[in-house]
Design a binder for this molecule. Structure first.
Ligand SMILES: *Cc1c(COP(=O)(O)O)cnc(C)c1O
Length: 396
């Protein structure tokens, strides 16, 4: 391997996942693995289960972990809630709803889609209509992406519950909170969500490698009745007191050491404070973009300010601006790593992540670095972006 050139200081990681790791999480993960009979193994798993239940605000759902990424947790949902040939409804939110739909179809399930309205949240009326049109109740579940990390749009979950109930439809409500958990408010039980899907590497401030689902009794009963052949992903098999069965094999111990530490940090700060911090940092990024867009070359992808995510901001660029070159300058020269556009937004947008272990100084550094990269690339900017972010954080 060629030696990596030294990076002075730290490169600031502002992709919407993976996100930077707090030192406490890094330290917790540096412990030695343990034999599977060591009581500390079960204590660590129980702490992660309890912590996630608390974070998801559920008193009744079981948490099942997978040594997998978010796509693994998606697959777990598909395998447990629908059998091959059965249908699920995927409301369009952008790249992530479409990816989940494609994966669901690849597993032999049918997908009913509602159209993606670019820059806007889920079309709830279309969801309700699709459920009303499903007279035979072929649709087993609604797979809703809370924050679409490609669009930077957050869809409210509560209206979806109301739409399902108004249609008198028995479909389960499944919420993908991979990009929103630990950043935006989410209360599983109060929202009537039957299954929540998450992953370790975004708002949870852990490395990639753990996917998880929280499953209420209603959803668990569907899994019991579901004849689809499955093994590793099976919720029924995983509801077991033995940690070896809970994980269908060896738990990813060091990742779970990190998760326990990360959950502790979240509760020490306080859930309300964590949400408030994310809203403030997102506000600073959005203030900067408001300034930049006056130059005419950049704009928000999320048209409606009310649906802009507190986790990630997607900025569209005028034709002729090379996003990959811009990101390379930001990363290599100014040490700010941000993400590009995904799917239909490839080459049309860049994305600034502002979730997880992030504070005001970090976000100002990131915005200033991106602004420097934009200037380097000759992108016309309006009335100052970084200054507006400073004002936003100062409450001016
Ligand atoms: C990141 C993400 C996923 C996929 O997670 P991976 O760990 O990359 O497989 C799914 N849904 C949402 C909303 C995400 O942001």
């Amino acid at each position: 391997m060629s030696p990596n050139p030294r990076i002075p200081g730290r490169r600031s990681l502002h992709s919407p996942g993976p996100t930077p790791l707090p030192d406490a999480v890094l330290h917790a993960m540096s412990a030695q693995p343990m034999d599977l009979g060591d009581p500390r193994v079960d204590a660590n798993i129980a702490a992660c289960e309890r912590g996630l239940q608390r974070l998801l605000q559920t008193a009744q759902a079981d948490v099942f972990f997978y040594a997998a990424n978010g796509h693994g947790a998606w697959e777990a949902v598909v395998e447990n809630v629908a059998a091959p040939g059965q249908a699920v409804l995927v409301p369009g939110t952008g790249h992530f709803s479409e990816s989940w739909a494609v994966q669901t179809e690849a597993l032999g399930r049918r997908v009913v889609r509602t159209p993606w309205r670019e820059g806007l949240p889920i079309d709830v009326a279309a969801v309700e209509q699709a459920l009303r049109d499903d007279r035979t109740h072929a649709i087993q579940a609604v797979f809703a992406v809370h924050t679409d990390t490609a669009s930077g749009v957050t869809s409210a979950i509560e209206p979806l519950r109301r739409a399902i109930d108004a249609a008198g439809h028995p479909a389960l409500l499944v919420a993908d909170v991979v990009a929103s958990l630990g950043a935006a408010p989410f209360a599983m039980d109060a929202l009537g969500v039957d299954v929540a899907v998450g992953a370790s590497q975004k708002g949870l401030m852990c490395p990639p490698g753990v996917g998880f689902v929280a499953v209420n009794e209603r959803a668990f009963a569907r899994a019991v009745a579901n004849p689809a052949p499955r093994f590793y992903w099976d919720w029924v098999r995983r509801r077991d007191a033995l940690s070896y069965r809970k994980f269908c094999g060896t738990p990813p111990q060091n990742l779970l050491f990190g998760m326990e530490a990360a959950l502790g940090l979240i509760f020490d700060e306080g859930l309300e404070a964590v949400w408030r911090r994310h809203a403030q940092l997102a506000g600073a990024v959005q203030a900067a973009v408001e300034g930049w867009r006056e130059g005419g070359a950049l704009d928000f992808f999320a048209a409606d300010p009310g649906c802009r995510s507190v986790s990630v901001t997607t900025v569209t660029v005028a034709p002729g601006i090379d996003v990959d070159a811009l990101r390379a300058v930001a990363r290599e020269r100014f040490q700010v790593a941000m993400a590009g556009g995904l799917g239909p937004l490839h080459g049309r947008a860049f994305r600034i992540g502002h979730l997880g272990d992030c504070n005001a100084a970090m976000i100002l550094g990131a915005i200033a670095g991106v602004e420097a990269a934009l200037l380097t690339q000759g992108v016309p900017l309006g009335g100052g972006g970084t200054g507006r972010a400073v004002q936003s954080l100062a409450g001016r």
